[in-house]
Design a protein around this ligand. Structure first.
Ligand SMILES: Cc1cc2nc3c(=O)[nH]c(=O)nc-3n(C[C@H](O)[C@H](O)[C@H](O)COP(=O)(O)OP(=O)(O)OC[C@H]3O[C@@H](n4cnc5c(N)ncnc54)[C@H](O)[C@@H]3O)c2cc1C
Ligand SMILES: NC(=O)c1ccc[n+]([C@@H]2O[C@H](COP(=O)([O-])OP(=O)(O)OC[C@H]3O[C@@H](n4cnc5c(N)ncnc54)[C@H](O)[C@@H]3O)[C@@H](O)[C@H]2O)c1
Length: 438
């Protein structure tokens, strides 16, 4: 049996970063990745990077096949780069990993070869998989895809149905609408962006409708079936016919087939690997990072899990999940929607004393330069402590700007400082002078 200082299961963000760090310090490290199409993990191959590459290509005016070809070039390049870079620090096994006991892992390659590895430290970084709801016909009908399958189409669907109006559903809706497909999104909620203030939901829906995305809200899909090559979606009210159907109703921690029943590693009631504040599982020196530990499903959260584990392994306990501060997010629709901290509904519900201000993009000089007046920026502050409580930025460049506000929040910079900060002109950031003049 081969012994390693660190075994990483899954080529995710946290795992590869820890592998590189310990490998460069001379530790003996193994990374086990089950698919040769997944070196570098979800983000690079089937997540953030390909989807945003497709969106940018479509915005540039590329057609479906050019956009897909560009996406494939980018992911191939990054996958190969990842394999080469991490092979320098670790033994990379292309094989399925399964626990035999708390510290022993059996790996099975596609050619049937099996091997056992023992790890002093083990990091489970196996990500998440698409939830497939038990809707009649969803699993068995042709031309039905999850977010991975929909990225491999060889022909553009003229009509695309999407079950789920969340992050993945809305990003693909915007993408395919821009490419010229007729898109319809089904969601049981009365509005999209349910976690956001109603006025932002309404604006988002208005902009998407202008982009010819249709919505079936308050609507439950009851059945999916084929009529020839077409996919028919049946709701309580009507039937809709598509060339392809995407389901995007959440992603769940990927713990299946890991052999956890052979270990003392515990799962949460939601099926994630249970971890303490240092991302350590119920077995000492077995850690779980990224989507598989049930935290927020973002690449940058997986990277932050790495920070926590790496510090902990060096004996530093000053940063843990408990200390993690505000985590921003961006939904890459057109225009992008970004948020950090509280919105007004949440502040009210929590009984927090706040003051707020909002400015439409139409009042911002840079928006006129850009020729895009869509959107609204809103911030919440604590009038007493002068701390920023949250920001919802819906409009051009919000994906970048939200990080500036997150930094100010995490560094306790009072909002009054942003009122008087010198910003370059004409930029979107300069509007913080007015936005924080509360
Ligand atoms: C379509 C889509 C778009 C997204 N867009 C964004 C975005 O814009 N921004 C953002 O921050 N996040 C985005 N996300 C989420 C983000 O991709 C994930 O949160 C992140 O990649 C999770 O990383 P991870 O470290 O948990 O592991 P992953 O990167 O998911 O890696 C897990 C790896 O483990 C492998 N594996 C699984 N089981 C085994 C096993 N038993 N043995 C060996 N290997 C195994 C898998 O093949 C996979 O390569 C998106 C996700 C999707 C699906
Ligand atoms: N820009 C980004 O950062 C980005 C982009 C894509 C994905 N992601 C990550 O991936 C995760 C998974 O994305 P997702 O879109 O699958 O999940 P999600 O949780 O964002 O959205 C799921 C959607 O499915 C809907 N839904 C639930 N039951 C349904 C039903 N029976 N019929 C129709 N719709 C139903 C929900 O109302 C919700 O709108 C996200 O939570 C996010 O963390 C991030």
């Amino acid at each position: 049996m081969q012994h390693y200082d660190l075994i990483v299961i899954g080529f995710g963000k946290a795992g590869k970063t820890l592998a590189a760090k310990l490998g460069s310090q001379g530790k003996k490290v193994a990374i086990i990745e089950k698919s040769d199409k997944m070196y570098g993990g979800t983000c690079i191959n089937i997540g953030c990077i390909p989807t945003k590459t497709l969106i940018v290509a479509a915005e540039r005016g590329d057609d479906f096949s050019t956009a897909m070809a560009t996406k494939n070039q980018v992911t191939d390049r990054l996958r190969n780069k990842n394999l080469a870079a991490f092979s320098a620090h670790a033994d990379v096994y292309t094989a399925q990993a399964r626990f035999i006991s708390n510290k022993i892992i059996e790996i099975s390659a596609a050619n049937g070869e099996r091997k056992q590895l023992e790890g002093e430290i083990i990091l489970i970084n196996t990500g998440a998989v698409s939830v497939q709801l038990p809707i009649e016909g969803l699993a068995t009908s042709k031309n039905v895809f999850d977010s991975t399958g929909i990225q491999q189409l060889s022909e553009q669907p003229k009509r695309l149905g999407i079950i789920g109006g969340g992050n993945i559903g809305l990003e693909f809706a915007g993408l395919y609408a821009r490419l010229g497909s007729e898109v319809r999104v089904f969601d049981p909620n009365p509005r999209i962006l349910m976690r956001e203030e109603e006025k932002f939901s309404a604006l988002a829906q208005e902009y998407m409708s202008q982009q010819k995305v249709n919505f079936e809200l308050n609507s439950r899909v009851q059945k999916v079936f084929n009529r020839g090559e077409q996919v028919v979606v049946q709701t309580e009210e009507a039937e809709f016919t598509f060339d392809a159907l995407l389901y995007a109703t959440g992603r769940k921690p990927n713990t299946a087939d890991l052999g956890l029943e052979n270990t003392e590693i515990k799962l949460t009631h939601r099926g994630a690997i249970e971890v303490n504040e240092f991302c350590e599982s119920s077995v000492k020196n077995v850690f779980a990072a990224g989507d598989v530990n049930g935290g927020l499903q973002f690449t940058y959260v997986s990277l932050d899990d790495f920070r926590i584990i790496s510090n902990y392994l060096q004996g530093k306990t000053d940063y843990s999940l408990k200390q993690r501060q505000n985590v921003p997010y961006t939904l890459f629709m057109d225009p992008p929607f970004s948020r950090v901290g509280l919105n007004e509904d949440e502040a009210k519900k929590a009984g927090i004393n706040y003051a707020s201000k909002e400015i439409p993009l139409a009042a911002m000089p840079r928006a006129h330069v850009n020729g895009d007046l869509r959107g609204l920026f809103k911030v919440l502050v604590d009038p007493e402590s002068k701390r920023i409580l949250g920001a919802t930025l819906f409009g051009a460049e919000s994906a970048e700007l939200i990080n500036l506000i997150t930094l100010a929040m995490n560094c306790d910079i009072p909002y009054t400082r942003l009122q008087s900060q010198i910003f370059t002109h004409p930029t979107m950031a300069e509007n913080f002078n007015d936005l924080f003049a509360i």
